[in-house]
Design a protein around this ligand. Structure first.
Ligand code: ADP
Ligand code: MG
Length: 238
C-alpha cells in the first residue's frame, strides 16, 4: 500500500523558498496531477517525493514510513522525465533491462518483465533498436517501459508528453490513463497543460508560487474554483 502524505513539506534553495509548507494526502492507486504555471514548484515537489531533492522542512510519508532520509534507490518509486533520458548506445531491450541488471535480478526474471512491459506498451517489435531509430512517441513508450519493469507502487511522471506533437499527445493521454488502470499503481503526474489535467486526473492539485491553491476532482474544480487564479488557470486556453 502506497498512499503518500506531504506534511508541511518545504523546499528552499539558498534564501529562496520554492515550496511553502504544503500539505497533501495522495491515496493509494490514485492518479493525481500537479498543475500550475512554469516555476511554481511542481518538479521540485515531484523530485522530493522521488528522493532526488532533499526535503528542507516537514515530512514526506510513503505508506507508513517517513522517507525524508531514505535514499532514492530504496524508495518503491519510478520516475519518467520529459526528455526520456534513454541511453543512446543501448538497445530498447537493454534500456528497459538495465535497472534490473543493476539490482542483480535473475536473467529470466528480467527477460519476462521486459517482454511483459513491451507487450503492454506495444513496442515488442522495437526491442532491438537504438533510441535514435525511434519516433518521439516510441521513445516515450520505452521510457514508460523502463519505469514499469521494476513494478513500483508509485510512478512519478514529469511533463512526459510535452515534447510530443498535439496529435500524439492526445493519443498518449489515453494510453497513460489506460496504463494507470492496468498497473494498479499510484500515479503522480506533473503538467502545465490544463487540458491534460482535466482529462486524466482523479484529482488535480493547482499550485502557484510554491503554494497549493486547491485540490479537487476535475469536475469540482471546474464547477467551484476556489479563487480567481484557479478559475483563470482551468479556464484558460492551452
Ligand atoms: P515547475 O516544475 O513548476 O516549473 P520547478 O519546481 O522546476 O518549477 O522550480 C520552482 C522554482 O525553483 C523555480 O523558480 C526554479 O528556478 C527554482 N529551482 C529549481 N531547482 C533549483 C535549483 N537546483 N537551484 C535553485 N533554484 C531552483
Ligand atoms: Mg517542471
Amino acid at each position: 500500500m502506497a498512499g503518500i502524505s506531504l506534511r508541511k513539506l518545504r523546499k528552499t534553495f539558498g534564501a529562496i523558498t520554492v515550496v511553502h509548507d504544503i500539505d497533501l494526502e495522495i491515496d493509494d492507486k490514485e492518479f493525481i496531477i500537479l498543475v500550475g504555471p512554469s516555476g511554481c514548484g511542481k518538479s521540485t515537489t515531484l523530485r522530493m517525493i522521488a528522493g532526488l531533492e532533499e526535503v528542507t522542512g516537514g515530512d514526506l510519508v510513503i505508506g507508513d514510513t517517513i522517507v525524508n532520509d531514505v535514499p532514492s534507490k530504496d524508495r518503491d518509486i519510478a520516475m519518467v522525465f520529459q526528455n526520456y533520458a534513454l541511453y543512446p548506445h543501448m538497445t530498447v531491450y537493454k534500456n528497459m533491462a538495465f535497472g534490473l541488471e543493476l539490482r542483480r535480478s535473475p536473467r529470466d526474471v528480467i527477460d519476462r518483465k521486459v517482454n511483459e512491459a513491451a507487450e503492454i506498451l506495444d513496442i515488442r517489435h522495437l526491442l532491438n533498436r537504438k533510441p535514435k531509430a525511434l519516433s518521439g512517441g516510441q521513445r516515450q513508450r520505452v521510457a514508460l517501459g523502463r519505469a514499469m519493469v521494476r513494478s513500483p507502487e508509485v510512478f512519478l511522471l514529469d511533463e512526459p508528453l510535452s515534447n510530443l506533437d498535439a496529435k500524439l499527445r492526445t493519443t498518449m493521454r489515453a494510453e497513460i490513463t489506460k496504463l494507470h488502470r492496468k498497473l494498479d499503481a499510484t500515479f503522480i503526474y506533473v503538467t502545465h497543460d490544463q487540458v491534460e489535467a482535466m482529462t486524466m486526473a482523479d484529482r488535480i492539485v493547482v499550485m502557484k508560487d510554491g503554494h497549493i491553491q486547491q485540490v479537487d476532482t476535475p469536475q469540482v474544480l471546474y464547477d467551484r474554483p476556489a479563487n480567481m487564479f484557479v478559475a483563470g488557470f482551468i479556464g484558460a486556453p492551452q
